[in-house]
Structure formats: C-alpha cells, structure tokens
Design a protein around this ligand. Structure first.
Ligand code: SIN
Length: 550
C-alpha cells in the first residue's frame, strides 16, 4: 500500500511468504463428494437470508452456514434497524447523518440508494410476517448516537435481531427453491484459470470434505469480532469469508476500520454482552467509578455522541480513574417499563444480581463491527466474476470510516436483496456442466513444529485488543505485525482437518491485513484513532486502502 496510490489494490505477501498458499487444504476434485447449485449463499445473517429469498425467485439456491442458522450477529442485534418511516424525518436528514458519521469516506450514491430503499424493504418484512413494536398504531422509533432524529425501529424491545432473523429463517425454510446445510464449514472459494469463482470446498457436519460447484457464489459470512479478546460478536465471527476471499484474489477494502461498541457488560469471567445504545437513546447516563457523569466534557451530544467518541471517552475516563470500566446509570428508569422495553438486558441484569433501581451497570467498550470488507459495487459484485458479497462481509462504502448504529441491518437487507438478484445473472441449463474437469492442489508436508492453535488464537485476540484496538500507534502496530508473522510461519504451513485449525489460519491472515491497513493510515478518522497521528488529514488520507493478492 503506497501512500500516494489512490484506491490502489496492493499485494502484501510475496511468493515466499508462508501465507501465500492459495488453498488451506489439499483438493482432489475426482475423489471428493460433490454438490451442485445455481446459487450458493454462505451465511445466515440478515444479508444471507434476504439474498437467498431474492435469488430463489429466479433459481435453485443452497444456503450453507458454519453452525446453526441462528448463529449470527443479526440474531444478537438489539437496538434495531434504521429507516425513515415518519413524516417528521426525511431521507435527506438520514443521508446527512450517515455522511457525517462516515468522515468523508462514504460513497454518497450508495448512501442514498440504501436509505431510500429502506422503507420499502421494511414494508416487505412486515408483509412477510415480521412485527415491529408500535406506539399509538405507528412503528415506535427510538434514537441512537449520531442520528439527528428518532429513526430506529425495534421489535420485542431489545430482541430486534432475533425477531427479524426468525421471520426470515421461517420464510427461507419454507421456500421450495432453497436448500439448507447447517454446520457446513466453507474452507475456500474455488476459482478457475480466469479467476472466475466456480464454487467452494468445505467440510460437512460429519467433517467430510465436499465440493459445491456453483454458477454464482454469494458471501454473507459476517464480520470478525472474534479477532479481539473483548467482543460483542458470536463465536462464528472469525472473518473466514474475508480471508478466503483474499486467498481467491478478491479486493478487500477499509480493513483499518473496526468499530468498538462503547457499552458491553463488564463482569470478569462473563462474556461481553451488548448493552444496546438505545438505552442511552432513552436516557441512560454514563458515569465513572467516582459517580461523575463525564460525557458532556467530551462531546456536546454527550451520551449520544458518535460511537468512536464515546468509546474513546470511556477509555480515557477509565485511565483517569484507574478503573477497568465505567457504569451505565439507569436508576431513574421505571422498572416495569424497562423490563418490557429491554427484556434481554433486564434478564441479563437479573442474572448478575444487578438491581437497576439501586445498582449501576458496569460497562466498557468491545469490538463490534468491521466496517471494511470485500469490495463490492452497487450491484453487490466483487472483482472476481461470479462472486458476490453483502452484509458485514462486504465493503459497499455505505459506512465510510464509521458506521451509524442500526444502519447495518438496513444495509444487510438492502444489499441482500440487490446482491441476491445480481447473483442469479449467470444461469446454467445443466448443473452437472458446472463441474470443473480436474481440480487438484497438493500441499507439501511441513517440517516446522506444531503450535497449539487454541493458544495462538487466545494470544492473537489479546494482541489485537492491546495493539490494534480502540487507539493505535506505530510501535504497537509494528510489534503486532512481527508477532502475527511469527505465528503465521508455524500455523499457515500446516494442513488442518477441523474448523478450529482453519479458523486460526483465517484469523491470522485477517489480523495481518487489518494491522497493515491500520499501520498505513497515518491519521485519525472515524473509528481509526492513532495516538501518534491524532489529526484528520484530508490532503493525504481522504481515500480508501485496498488490498489484494497479486
Ligand atoms: C446497539 O443496539 O447498540 C447495536 C446496534 C448496532 O450496532 O447497530
């Protein structure tokens, strides 16, 4: 990545780098069990489900996911889905808020496209059986940071993601043109000599190797929060889709922009459960360990400042008070209303004996959403023919350098529909014709020692949290690259036969790319903050970094 290059894709690995390998496993298309489909969708979040439904109007679809259909970031989403549904709001205001949050790196055409499609696609969700919470007959809209109007629709209080996902899953399960394979680990995208994506190699629930030949392949594999020790993301979010797209030659973009959610429950030993931003939208106050409400001194919008501002303010207040966390104060909330409006958080508090009438909720930031991803255009196409991407796995440039809360479910819905439609473009009359006559790939045995991948994975997550976290600086990034490079030498040269090995390899690949991207952006913009370059520099960095293998 050169500083002067404008949107130029660069190759960060030379031929002799241990990570240069095209495929993670040996492949022999003659002896491997094979499946065929018109359209293969990988992933079961909002984008994958919506894409499958759209594509199934035109052709046969096979949707595969790594664990169960419900294991997705969508399922865990609390706040809601942003859209202009009331007359007091307008497309122009939603567009302006999104552009402002994106700090100069949004694509205005994409922003306009997504925001204008929102109401129609939400109507479709409702027509499909999904119910949003209502007040006086109208959809009840709430607020999140950076939105100038209440425009976040929610369902069953803070269970919006589960309600949306369940409704889409029921429709997908009932669709005659859609087949489903759960617990199917996609290891690699297959490409032919013209770099056309021709399907995938994967491992089924019995851990048998399978090739799926597909006329069109759509990546909706979600994000990579699991690269960080502290994250709101489910276990499946290990960045596999991005790493395999990179190995296949797809262009990745904006990987330095990892968004940290300001408020996740901080109880040592417990997983970092999300405490939705809509809680602050409805009056929760951030206080430090001395009980001091501190947000006003960092931003005029206080608790509703953009997420990056709130996360850094919390970090700085933790440092000032020498504390591991801060608190959310909701003691002024009406308990009965709170239980109804936020059932998930209410249950969570009860589990940990937090009485919201007298106790504060301990919180701190965690990795939440990868803004960058596989570069796509307005039709959901990647640079590889017959490969499409949508949702968190894709980089559409809707979010720029920072994502507004609840814009991602909207993006998943809109680009799921768009990419699903585009991905039916290439049709075949006879599926058996998709079979590539001969695909063979053999990896030489490694003579290096074997590392414990569970240990590497944990250490990598701690390293990313410490060195490539909410704030970064050159020395920490250099150190991270060196350590990741060391692990790569011992992990990337092996052939694994279980998901934890492939995940560890994917996490190392993506961690390297994200760290290199963070190292190259010598300024602070959106969710990327450099201690050593605290200012925004439009003159040099109002542009995107793209990475691809040569
Ligand atoms: C939240 O509910 O705070 C998360 C919503 C989002 O990340 O869009």
């Amino acid at each position: 990545m050169t500083e002067s290059a404008e949107n130029q894709a660069t190759d960060c690995y030379s031929q002799d780098h241990p990570d240069f390998r095209r495929y993670l496993v040996n492949i022999d298309s003659i002896s491997t069990h094979q499946l065929f489909t018109d359209c293969l969708v990988i992933g079961s979040g909002i984008a994958g489900l919506r894409a499958a439904l759209e594509a199934a109007e035109q052709c046969k679809v096979l949707l595969v996911c790594k664990k169960r259909l419900c294991d997705s970031n969508t399922w865990k989403a609390q706040g809601g889905i942003a859209s202009v549904l009331h007359e007091l709001d307008s497309f122009d205001e939603h567009i302006a808020d999104t552009l402002k949050a994106g700090c100069g790196l949004c694509d205005p055409d994409i922003v306009s496209l997504v925001i204008r499609q929102g109401p129609r696609l939400l109507e479709q969700l409702i027509a499909g059986g999904m119910e949003f919470d209502r007040k006086g007959g109208e959809i009840d809209m709430t607020r999140e940071g950076g939105h100038s109007k209440p425009r976040v629709a929610h369902a069953h209080g803070d269970e919006t993601g589960r309600i949306i996902a369940q409704s889409l899953i029921e429709r997908v399960q009932a669709h005659k043109n859609i087949s489903l394979l759960e617990d199917f680990f996609v290891i690699d995208l297959l490409t032919d000599e013209d770099q056309r994506c021709i399907g995938v190699v994967g491992s089924d629930s019995q851990r048998r190797s399978q090739i799926i030949w597909a006329a069109n392949t759509l990546l909706a594999t979600g994000g990579a929060g699991q690269l960080y020790r502290e994250t709101t993301n489910p276990d499946v979010a290990t960045g596999d889709g991005l790493a395999m797209a990179y190995r296949a030659g797809a262009i990745l973009r904006d990987l330095e922009f990892m968004q940290f959610h300001p408020t996740t429950l901080y109880i040592a030993g417990a997983s970092r459960a999300l405490i939705t931003e809509t809680l602050r939208g409805e009056g929760a106050i951030l206080v430090d360990s001395k009980g001091h409400a501190f947000m006003k001194q960092y931003h005029e919008a206080a608790e509703l400042a953009p997420r990056d501002v709130v996360s850094r303010a919390i970090l700085s207040q933790m440092l000032k008070t020498e504390s591991t966390h801060v608190y959310l104060d909701i003691r002024h909330f009406d308990k009965a209303h709170f239980q109804k409006r936020f059932p998930l958080i209410s249950e969570l508090c009860e589990t940990f004996d937090i009485d919201i009438r007298k106790d504060l909720i301990p919180v701190r930031p965690s990795a939440h959403y990868l803004v960058g991803g596989v570069k796509t255009n307005e039709a959901g196409e990647t640079n590889l023919p017959h490969l499409f991407a949508c949702g968190e796995a894709a980089s559409t440039c809707l979010h720029g350098a920072n994502r507004l809360g609840s814009n991602s479910l909207l993006e998943g819905l809109v680009f799921g529909m768009i990419a699903g439609r585009t991905a039916t473009r290439h049709k075949v009359t006879n599926l058996a014709d998709l079979r590539h006559p001969l695909l063979q790939y053999a990896i030489p045995d490694s003579d290096r020692s074997r590392l414990d991948t569970a240990d590497v994975r944990n250490s990598l997550r701690a390293l990313m949290w410490r060195n490539v976290g909410i704030t970064r600086k050159a020395k920490h990034l250099e150190e991270a690259l060196e350590i990741i490079g060391f692990w790569q030498r011992y992990v990337m040269d092996k052939v694994f036969d279980q998901p934890d090995g492939w995940e560890c390899q994917n996490m190392l690949t993506l961690a390297m790319l994200m760290t290199q991207s963070a190292q190259n952006r010598l300024e602070s913009r959106g969710v990327h903050y450099r201690w050593d370059h605290p200012d925004l520099s439009d003159a040099h960095f109002k542009r995107h970094f793209e990475i691809a293998r040569a």
